[in-house]
Design a protein around this ligand. Structure first.
Ligand SMILES: [Zn+2]
Length: 401
């Protein structure tokens, strides 16, 4: 591929970048967990797991054998506001000074929110955006370590916890730079026994989280680097992990892609697909990644069509179209691929791997007004590269049905 510099949008462009203090990546590295915990003074841990705690029983046992006092807390469903309250009380009752969260996005986000509320007074709603008071955290979170067992959310390196409110039926974020873990420990071996459906959903989430930050309005040269590294990994390995979950090479690719996607989205933002996925996640019972997967080609299509229309009137449009070009080239592996071919690649991948439309989760055209109205208010929508009209947003949702 030609060497093109399109990272900086203007010579005056400034940016921030934050990440956990430490990121450890590699097959088999979960055995280092007790040592890292103790190095950080984490000798009384609330261990937050997902709905299949048996998948990580060996890791928990290893923590226990190392002399760390642990209290187990399983998050069975969505990381709901009530679950966070229960976790905080349970941690206080056990005298816990820290959190180890081992699991998928739900367990990591629950652990992240619990660690924040262990050190900050008041109720979780005081700090929640959109439906709560949106107060800033006054204190850093209790030290916590993130150990993902899926490859997709990147929640191990993001500074927000997506929580579900059963009252409003919506998913919203608790957000603060103080919510980053002391260590993100990413061991692809922990994903080897992940069922195919979760492998696919989380993998499509990673893909979405590598495309949206790359084209979004706050992309920066560091996040660009992560996206450019991550996209080819998904292109070469998502099919492979879906065909054979025990392919460790492909699992390593997807774990790395997920980690890179988390670093990108945490520092650049997302776009229209996540703008819809937030409210839809509260309205229907489907994994976040499955929702993103259904929406992704339609979100890309709407953005690209809008950009093509504006190309001659808005100076920035050509730069973003060029970014869609590069996405297409990295996904297809062909230097001459047009932006539309990137969309086709995503569509074909979704069809081939059996991504379900939103209608299979019970959504229909009659909800279009409600969904679009909620999506417009979602925080992810603010970073979409273009401001899509209500008509364009309706098209994205209806296309994904
Ligand atoms: Zn996502």
């Amino acid at each position: 591929m030609e060497n093109r510099i399109i990272g900086m949008r203007s010579p005056l462009h400034t940016f921030d970048f934050t990440s956990p203090k430490q990121i450890l990546f590699g097959a088999g590295r979960v055995k280092e967990l007790p040592e890292i915990a103790l190095l950080n003074g984490m000798d009384r841990c609330l261990v937050v797991t997902g709905h299949s705690p048996q998948r990580v029983a060996g890791v928990v046992e290893h923590l226990h054998e190392s002399g760390i006092e642990i209290r187990l807390f399983s998050v069975l469903g969505e990381p709901a506001v009530e679950i966070v309250r229960q976790g905080v009380l349970y941690a206080a009752d056990g005298g816990c000074n820290s959190v180890v969260a081992i699991g998928g996005g739900s367990a990591l986000d629950a652990g992240k929110a619990i660690a924040a509320l262990m050190r900050n007074d008041g109720d979780v709603l005081d700090y929640l955006e959109v439906i709560g008071k949106g107060k800033e955290l006054a204190q850093p979170s209790a030290p916590w370590i993130a150990v993902p067992t899926t490859a997709g959310t990147g929640a191990e390196v993001t500074r927000n916890a997506v929580l579900f409110s059963s009252k409003e039926r919506v998913k919203v974020s608790l957000r603060s730079p103080w919510m980053l873990p002391v260590t993100a420990l990413v061991d692809p071996e922990l994903t080897l026994d992940l069922p195919r459906s979760q492998t696919l959903a989380s993998g499509m989430d990673a893909l979405t989280q590598l495309i949206e930050p790359y084209v979004c309005s706050c992309a920066n040269p560091l996040t660009d680097g992560f996206c450019l590294q991550g996209l080819p990994l998904v292109a070469r390995s998502l099919r492979r992990v879906c065909a054979d979950g025990h392919n460790i090479e492909a699992r390593c690719d997807m774990s790395l892609a997920s980690l890179l996607s988390g670093l990108a989205l945490a520092n650049a933002g997302l776009g229209v697909v996540h703008g819809f996925a937030g409210p839809l996640g509260g309205m229907l019972n489907a994994p976040h990644g499955a929702i993103c997967a259904a929406l992704l080609p339609h979100g890309m299509q709407a953005n690209l069509a809008h950009l093509r229309r504006e190309q001659h009137s808005t100076p920035n449009s050509s730069d973003i179209i060029e970014r869609y070009h590069i996405v297409a080239q990295l996904l297809t592996g062909r230097n001459n691929a047009e932006p539309e071919e990137g969309i086709r690649f995503v569509q074909d991948l979704a069809t081939e791997l059996g991504v379900l439309p939103l209608s299979s989760f019970g959504m229909g055209p009659e909800q279009v007004d409600e969904v679009v109205e909620k999506a417009q208010r979602a925080s992810s929508m603010k970073r979409n590269p273009v401001k899509l009209s209500v008509e364009e947003l309706r098209g994205v949702y209806l296309g994904a049905l």
